[in-house]
Design a protein around this ligand. Structure first.
Ligand SMILES: [Zn+2]
Length: 170
């Protein structure tokens, strides 16, 4: 037997202005607080117009071509859809991570040991901004991406926090 049913995520159930709301792309409406609670653990079925919907774990699902399938089977399809979504996002995460690592390798030439040593001694082993002595990083004053060099004139010691807040300003 072939299963033709298609599961779609059509919306979600969230808290809005203190009350649980059912929101799909086409419609929205308040639902009972009970509904909000129940759908965390299990499945809540409802009808909107002529459309059957099912809320589960924060999302609202709709199953097309579900004729002949009972509730239990439809709920299995929803769990399967949820599993596929989470696997897809894990894969996307892995791909982004790999890209970021690659990007880092390509664009960051390492600062050579002699420059590190010189900068460490010149800046007295502390953050040039706040004087912290832990969580220190070698920072490019002019970023490498903007043509900054790896020489001691363009490198300084910054703590993690000052480096991040510098990054936010740029
Ligand atoms: Zn600092």
């Amino acid at each position: 037997m072939k299963i033709d049913a298609r599961v779609r995520v059509v919306g979600r159930i969230t808290m809005r202005t203190g009350a649980p709301w059912f929101t799909t792309w086409e419609s929205r409406g308040e639902v009972s607080a009970e509904c909000l609670e129940q759908q965390k653990a299990g499945f809540v079925w409802g009808v909107l117009g002529t459309v059957n919907w099912c809320a589960h774990d924060g999302k609202v699902y709709q199953i097309e071509d579900a004729e002949g399938l009972d509730r239990e089977e439809q709920e299995l399809l929803i769990l399967h859809c949820k599993l596929q979504l989470s696997q897809k996002f894990k894969q996307i995460q892995r791909e982004i991570k790999a890209f970021e690592n690659f990007d880092r390798l390509i664009h960051r030439d390492p600062i050579v040991e002699s420059v590190r040593l010189f900068v460490w001694q010149r800046d007295q082993g502390q953050c040039v901004e706040c004087g912290r002595r832990d969580g220190l990083e070698f920072d490019h004053i002019i970023p490498v991406s903007e043509g900054g060099s790896n020489t001691e004139r363009n490198v300084q010691l910054l703590c993690l926090r000052c480096n991040r807040s510098k990054g936010a300003k740029v």
